[in-house]
Design a protein around this ligand. Structure first.
Ligand code: HEC
Length: 109
């Protein structure tokens, strides 16, 4: 019986967490954070990791980070895309942006 309750509780927690995370990706309609994660891992992380160590994510969470707003985040992803000549489409930029906001930046508007 208690095991059953624990499972229900776990499911509630997980779904609350998903809804919470989604608030951040919802700022970028048309973006898919799951696809964004894959794109980011494939094209972007290696270089960040080589200068910031670990998985490179410290670049997004450092105290003096560059990106300050949700619009700034989108602009930064676009700049990187252009600079690297990746030729991503708008939806791919939005996917990476929504993943970064969902996981690291947490801009609410
Ligand atoms: C060749 C190396 C390199 C590659 C590849 C690269 N970046 Fe960066 N990125 C950097 C460096 C260096 C900075 C920090 C610039 C600074 O501090 O002035 C940065 C900063 C950023 C920031 C801002 C972090 C902050 O301070 O808030 C974001 C977001 C970002 N990169 C996203 C991307 C994305 C998305 C890609 C893939 C499309 C990518 N980067 C690929 C080197 C790279």
């Amino acid at each position: 019986m208690f095991k059953f309750l624990r499972i229900i509780l776990l499911i509630l927690l997980v779904s609350a967490n998903l809804a919470y995370a989604d608030q951040y990706s919802a700022l970028y309609p048309g973006g898919d954070p799951v696809a964004g994660k894959v794109l980011l891992e494939k094209n972007c992380i290696q270089c960040h990791a080589s200068s910031f160590g670990g998985d490179g994510s410290a670049i997004y969470t450092r105290e003096n980070r560059l990106v300050k707003t949700s619009r700034g985040l989108k602009a930064q992803v676009r700049n990187c895309n252009t600079m690297l000549g990746l030729k991503w489409f708008e939806d791919e930029e939005l996917s990476v942006t929504s993943y970064l906001n969902q996981t690291y930046y947490h801009f609410e508007k």
